[in-house]
Write a new protein. Sequence first.
Length: 459
Amino acid sequence: SQKSALAFNEDRLKKLSYADAIAYSLMVGLGETFIIGFALELGMNSKIAGLLTVIPVICGAFFQLFSIYLFHHRLSARFWTMSCGYIQSISLLGLACIGIVSHKPIQPTEQILLFLVASIYWSSALAAGPIWNGWISELLVPSSRGAFFLRRNYYAQVAIIVSLAIATFTFKYAESQNLVLYALIGLLVVAACCRLFSTHLLSLHPKDTTVSLPNQRLKNEPIWQWLRNRQVLIMLLFCFTTNFSVHVSAPYFGPYLLRNLQLSYDDYTILIGAAFFARVVTNGFIAKLNQRFGAKFVLMIGALGIIPVAGLYTLTPNFYFILVLQLFSGLVWSCHELGITLYLLESMDRSKRSRLLSWVSLFNSLGMLAGVSLALSIIKQTPIPKSTYFDLFHYSSVLRVFPFLIFIVWAPKAIHDQSLIIRIMGLRAHGHAIIRPILIKTTKHAQWVSSIKRKKRRR
């Protein structure tokens, strides 16, 4: 019958999307996570290598603002998403090729090429997100979207943990054979293959007919009209100051671990994995905090918790102390990232959410640029001495007080009892992750979450 055929098609679509999530997450855990280590292994100095975690993401955020306009006028959602996937895969292969042919230490022209390829990677990654979100939502029955995205998110998180475990064992063997650079190149190639497979799975999805994005009618609304809204203005200021303060130190945490403390790559991967594992196992706890106290409370915990983290890394170089600190960092960063995203979504009308997130992405990028500019002015010599690293970490912790004060003094209360599903785009050594929310364009998801809660209460 027609109903059974539709059910079969949706079941097949879900399986394809789950496999896509796994392949995409393997790419994140095996490839993007180690780009900064790859640059350091090629001989790039720490001052420039730190910028690899910032400049490409900023370029990608600016490109994302314009990519939605291009999509609306030119291309189908499936073609756009697949094109971005292929570009990501080619970019990762391009990075591997740079590692094969470059001289050591890496030359200035090769450094520029490395930044260019990384920027293309992030531009395609961020440009695909909103279009994919709208496309995949339109392909599903509204009542099944919430459960589907939750399960998809679970598979993605497990895949990232598995990929980090694979990377750890790979580095452990490679370091014993003095083959770290070749291991990094190999991981980039495997990551590219994972993204290629992910894109192939997208090609098996049904072709879209119409994809309605939430900001379509608002695309010509200028930024100053948004800034008239006090709540939007406060949140944009909060996002800017947070990213400014964090990125005084964040770009240089990886170089600090790998070059100043001279940690092995397998230990470095364990630290990244610890922070991510902490956020995975505490998601349920954070969700309960949000249900009981609201998004503002969750964000307040996160904004307060990240203040001392950077400075605490200066207390001792002991690996196990840093490991425990990474677990704490993963917890507070999870509160911060989930809290700010929930707060933004809950504080704005559904039809304006996507456009607001685009402006938030822009202000985040401006904050990152300002923060790393201050860091560059503090760094006077290379290789970066330990005292300079400590200065960056201390300045960062002090500056993080200001966004916290902005939030607790001026931010209005948001709505309670909302759920959030996110997509992990990238991991950072200090516990922060680059995430994007998945917007479920239906009230059925909230009803589904409420039904789950009622069943638990009955038990």
